[in-house]
Design a binder for this molecule. Structure first.
Ligand SMILES: Cc1ncc(COP(=O)(O)O)c(C=O)c1O
Length: 414
């Protein structure tokens, strides 16, 4: 191999050095165990494995390495093989793909479901396939990147309302009211702030302006509501209140890969016919489908596994209450298992997270600009049903120890 650098290499190297200088270069920690509350990571300093408690996975129900879910994947490999080597409409649709789509539609109380390789694809594929330049999309300013990209790809007029601000949403609805169709788009749970979209107010405004609602439930499906049906269930909204829901199989619902959109038969059929990430990307692999079918069985009404949701609520309250009592500012909604520990300063957040890992064996990550606004740095912790109360207490103790050392909280609060 010739070791010369092209002009493109040189520009990339300059960009990388700018990213490093700005302090936003992301390094990836290497995990050598399965995804669990307790994991083994490779210490970057020593190169040796180290056991730590994990408080930064989207493993809300603890299903990422659950024996039943693993067995679902293994059985599907045995019966349906490893991969499909095809998009869905050529030869990538198996009976289990159809079965999973039916189960997910039922889970959300919707007519029909379409699977995608990821929720990112589900969101980028939706708007372009359904809307045109006579339409409008009104989006919460903190919606996920995949929604922002999806809206960019379509010709509809785009409006952005201030985060969770219903007066501003109403203003946008007034501006858009001459459009053929209006979609109000929101995350159900916002992943950086751990807050919950006020769906009852959004639905009321949608009715008033005859608009449609689209909710991304990636951090809410399998998380919120008595039976994990997400934000609509959390607010006790009647079935059919939301027009379109997208979500992922990659977080609470097993943590593998895959995403989906649910809605009416007609909307979903258009996505099958016209959705580019569906038409031009591989079918989701049989083991992911098998594992997800098992998750759907575990979340059936009456299943003992629904206790995991109660455990998640208990663990969330435990962590949030103890952290607040210790004097920390915890952002977001008290029922949300995303519990960001607000620190304001970017360097403090990154050094704090680093010491939690190095000295306390607690794996948490600091988030700062550009992922969150300048001066709003935080450590985002995520609680799982699989955390034991001892593990939660250990994490709180570690936060308190480092928090006192760094002057974030005072010892008297202990
Ligand atoms: C709100 C939201 N939407 C969409 C996605 C994309 O999900 P997936 O990993 O399935 O592409 C994510 C994942 O980070 C998310 O948090």
């Amino acid at each position: 191999m010739v070791d010369t650098k092209s002009p493109l290499d040189l520009v990339c190297e300059q960009t990388l050095s700018d990213i490093r200088l700005a302090g936003t270069f992301k390094t990836e920690r290497v995990i050598s165990s399965a995804q669990n509350p307790k994991i083994t990571v490779i210490d970057p300093q020593t190169g040796k494995p180290k056991k730590v408690l994990n408080f930064c996975a989207n493993n809300y129900l603890g299903l990422s390495n659950h024996p039943q879910v693993n067995q679902g994947a293994k059985s599907a490999i045995e019966s349906h093989g490893f991969g499909m080597s095809s998009v869905r409409f050529i030869c990538g649709t198996q009976d289990i793909h159809k079965e999973l789509e039916a189960k997910i539609a039922e889970f959300h109380g919707m007519q029909e479901c379409i699977l995608y390789p990821s929720a990112f694809d589900a969101n980028t594929g939706f708007f372009e396939a359904i809307l045109n330049d006579q339409d409008a999309v009104i989006s919460d300013e903190l919606n996920h990147a995949s929604i922002i990209d999806g809206i960019r790809l379509c010709k509809a007029k785009g409006f952005r309302y201030k985060h969770l601000d219903m007066a501003d949403l109403e203003k946008c609805l007034n501006e858009a009211k001459s459009c053929r169709f209006i979609f109000i788009v929101t995350d159900g749970v916002f992943s950086m702030d751990g807050d919950i979209a006020p769906l009852p107010s959004i639905v009321a405004l949608a009715r008033k302006f005859q608009a449609y609602t689209f909710v991304d439930e990636c951090h809410a499906a399998g998380v919120l509501g008595q039976t994990g049906r997400g934000t609509p269930e959390y607010f006790n909204l009647p079935p059919g209140s939301i027009d379109v829901i997208s979500s992922t199989l990659g977080k609470a619902l097993g943590g593998g890969t895959g995403g989906y959109t649910v809605g009416t038969k007609a909307i979903i059929e258009i996505l099958r016919q016209k959705g580019r990430p569906y038409l031009f990307s591989n079918s989701i692999a049989p083991p992911d489908v098998g594992a997800s079918l098992e998750v759907m069985r575990m979340l059936q009404p009456g299943s003992p596994s629904l206790d995991l949701l109660a455990q998640l609520r208990k663990n969330t309250t435990h962590f949030r209450t103890q952290m607040k009592a210790a004097g920390f500012t915890i952002l977001g909604h008290h029922d949300c298992p995303i519990a960001p520990v607000f620190l304001e300063d970017a360097r403090l957040a990154s050094e704090f997270a680093d010491e939690m890992m190095r000295q306390e064996d607690i794996y948490v990550i600091g988030f700062s600009f550009p992922v969150v606004p300048k001066g709003r740095a935080r450590i985002r912790t995520q609680i799982s049903a699989a955390h034991s109360s001892e593990q939660i207490e250990r994490a709180v103790k570690a936060f308190v120890k480092i928090g006192i050392k760094k002057g974030v909280i005072q010892a008297a609060k202990l």
